[in-house]
Ligand binder design. Sequence first.
Ligand code: 4AD
Ligand code: MG
Length: 458
Amino acid sequence: MIPNDLVRTRIVHLLKTETAPGPVLVKGWVRTKRDAKGFSFIELNDGSCLSNIQVLADDRLPNYATIRKITTGSALEVAGRLIASKGQGQRWEIQASSVTLIGSAPDSYPLQKKRHTDEYLRTIAHLRPRTNKYGAALRIRSQLAYAVHRFFQERGFHYIHTPILTASDCEGAGEMFRVTSLPPGNDRVEDDFFGVAANLTVSGQLEAEMLALALGDVYTFGPTFRAENSNTRRHAAEFWMIEPEMAFCDLIENMALAESMIKYLTTYAMDHCAEDLSLFARFVDPQLMHRLAALVEQPFVRIPYAEAIAILLGCGQTFDYPVAAGHDLQAEHERYLVEHHFKRPVTVYDFPKTIKPFYMRLNDDGQTVSSMDVLVAGIGEIIGGSQREERYDQLLERLQGLGLSRENYWWYLESRQFGSVPHSGFGMGFERLVMMMTGISNIRDVIAFPRTPKNIDF
Ligand code: 4AD
Ligand code: MG
């Protein structure tokens, strides 16, 4: 019998208790079961933490015959009392006074064995969160999202919400998903819902700038969409981006904020996700904890783009994509700088204007812009940002030079006519952050339901 007032306790709390409380009630899913003569051990997981709690069910239970038939993946409700565990590794186990089957899982349940390949697990994205690895990654993701808010709120930033539906192309790269309510066959934009071509946002930056010019320091954190057809392990068509934007802020202060944010988030994860991180240190990346600790301790390297190119040209390494001044850095170049040359994160700044978007502030040399990319091990670019062009004439010239229509950006231009100030910001890819923190090497494995070319099944 379960007492009426017994409420469910999460396994994470039970495992941390100091002294055994009275009766407890847990609900979760069976990870494994071992049967012996007269009793069974059930490993139960409820998603609250990586660890399972071990349940001891014996033949004094009236439904013990049924309990012996319970299979991996089944959902159970277990009442009982905590007893000191004789097994190694856990402090407590539950001596069950009742075990109720809530939902059974037949033998066709795919997660029977302990290890599955990432490739296979991607084909069962609806079930893979039930594995240790994906559970841990998703809990770390959740903690990091919270830490992002803490970081900015502690510093007086305002959390703003920028639109997902938009008519402008922030990056000017044309990698947008069109949004339309027109029936098939009608492509007259005048008939469409907004009367103009609309798309999913590739960045909340332009709107964030408007709000920074009113509220001072702001940040947005939301879904972002890019129709770039790049099937790489660090690109997704739908990803989450954190974008702070600061008025009265130059590129140097922008770099400093980016660096302190990465360090803060890393420290937060190490302090709050120790158990989940330990799984990645054991099974995914043996260097993980060392790398995270070093990342927090050491200052990031800061070098101009021209110097990065000089290092890469002189390094004697052959790359798949040749290094050339005036061209963007490829992931392999970025990783060489971080992993081999400097052995720590690198902020590259002052890229040529020809490879960067219209909104970046033109430097006095007339050739480079006040841009920055933060590069980290295993990933390459994790942050891209800049000081913004706050001077009306220069901004207009850049827009027109790139063939962008002045009409589309009229409001953005107008902000430079009313109390324009130097301002800066950046975007951090949230999935890339989770990759950095866990050592997971494919972006498809740090977001529950990844969207990549030809992949939107789940
Ligand atoms: O460098 P990006 O394109 O910069 C911007 O969008 C600026 N408007 C941000 C700003 O200044 N407010 O993108 C910023 C970051 C990249 O460094 C990368 O981490 C991530 O967003 N990112 C992606 N992450 C996953 N999949 C993709 N397809 C990504 N594209 C960019
Ligand atoms: Mg970038």
